[in-house]
Write a protein that binds this ligand. Structure first.
Ligand code: PMP
Length: 394
């Protein structure tokens, strides 16, 4: 079929990523490639009870259309919960989206014209790159180190080229696991206000902390009015619910609501109400503590196995939370070229680092996921990867 697709479609598609995800579905391959939470962590019974209660007690409203901003009691709950990160807001500052992915897309739709610049960490969340590419944006990639985005370099860059917004994933970043320090958070919020450039603070992993103290959100610092905070229940309850949110000034929420109305009218009413019932009736903190215990062990097993099996020329990040470890290999290795060998020779998979880079760099990097494999599979998979790396680094 010869269809004349819109130009933006070629910007969105990443055939390499599609191919990788297909291969990692093979049952004989141990995959550290996906970004999935562990299905063992899903509170199936609690959600079943919450859905039943909502249908029994408020079935008609739960099956009716609702406002595009989202179910108000759920927005009240979000406003209350983010208070823990120092964010002060009310339901009027919140819109519920169909996952945080939709929120990022709505931001792109409302703010980007073709050719506009977006400043972001290099590397960063690959679907965010694809969404912004789909909006035909150009990029200002900013390096990141152990302390998160190099805000000093961002400051230099935005004096030269003005981005429409700055996208950051400052806590247990996807893909590197790195967390931005308090000082850089403060500087980033200040910079946003000084230059009047919105910051998107994407924080899906912040509640999954295995070591160290929690940090205040970028949005909680002076200048935070310029920050659009993006959250989700995907990693603390379940991604299949598809519930995320944006927290921002009422002006911004109003524009996102217009875009949301036209995209899908509202996020599933029944799910929003059931989720609200779930977080009201159940102890979410206790549930998260259970996930944290499980993932902390998996992180520790992966780090110990890497220490044991990886050649000494390989380095990696030690994340305090989240789901990912980022590996850097000697520059002679191209992880895109190595992946077929990893799968065929060792039956193990990772995600090559290039798609996480808006400038296509990072050929010698890879992302490993530890949330979705048992400790035994992690030990075996890392040993296989170590054997492969030793062979190819000889
Ligand atoms: N942002 C980041 C950084 C992510 O890693 C993900 C998903 N893994 C999302 C947003 C989207 O999450 P969801 O739409 O499930 O809320």
């Amino acid at each position: 079929m010869n269809i004349n697709w819109a130009e933006r479609m070629s910007c969105m598609e990443n055939p390499a990523v599609k191919a990788i995800l297909a291969i990692t579905q093979r049952s004989d391959v141990i995959s550290f490639a996906g970004g999935l939470p562990s299905a063992r962590s899903f509170p199936v019974e609690g959600l079943a009870a919450a859905f039943a209660t909502v249908l029994n007690e408020q079935g008609a409203s739960a099956l009716q259309y609702g406002i595009s901003e989202g179910y108000e009691p759920l927005r009240d709950w979000v406003a209350d919960r983010v208070g823990r990160q120092g964010i002060r807001c009310t339901a009027a500052n919140i819109i519920i989206g169909n996952g945080s992915q939709q929120i990022i897309d709505l931001i792109a739709r409302t703010m980007l014209d073709p050719g506009d610049y977006v400043a972001l960490e290099n590397p960063t969340y690959l679907s965010a790159i694809q969404i912004f590419k789909g909006a035909q944006a150009r990029f200002i990639p900013i390096p990141l180190d152990q302390e998160g985005m190099r805000v000093d370099m961002l400051a230099e860059q935005i004096k030269k080229v003005r981005p429409k917004f700055i996208y950051v994933n400052p806590t247990f970043q996807n893909p590197t696991g790195v967390t931005m320090t308090v000082e850089r958070r403060r500087q980033l919020a200040q910079l946003a206000a000084e230059y009047e450039i919105p910051v998107i603070e994407d924080n899906p992993y912040g509640e999954l902390r295995y070591s160290g103290d929690s940090l205040p959100a970028v949005k909680s610092f002076p200048g935070g009015d310029w920050v659009i905070y993006v959250g989700t229940v995907s990693k603390i309850v379940a991604p299949g619910l598809r519930v995320g949110w944006a927290i921002a000034s009422e002006t911004i929420i109003d524009k996102l609501t217009t875009a949301k109305q036209l995209t899908d009218v509202l996020t599933n009413s029944l799910t929003q109400r059931a989720l609200h019932r779930f977080v009201t009736d159940q102890d979410l903190d206790q549930h998260i503590a259970m996930i944290v215990k499980q993932y902390r062990q998996q992180r520790d097993v992966m780090l110990a196995a890497m220490e044991e099996h990886f050649p000494s020329s390989v380095t990696w990040t030690v994340p305090d939370g989240g789901m990912f470890i980022w590996v850097t290999l000697p520059a002679i290795i191209n992880t895109n070229d190595l992946l077929p060998a990893a799968i065929e020779e060792e039956k193990v998979a990772y995600v090559p680092g290039t798609p996480f880079h808006a400038d296509d760099s990072g050929h010698n990097t890879m992302r490993l996921n530890f949330s979705n494999s048992t400790p035994d599979l992690i030990r075996t998979g890392v040993a296989r990867l170590g054997a492969l790396l030793k062979r190819y680094l000889k």
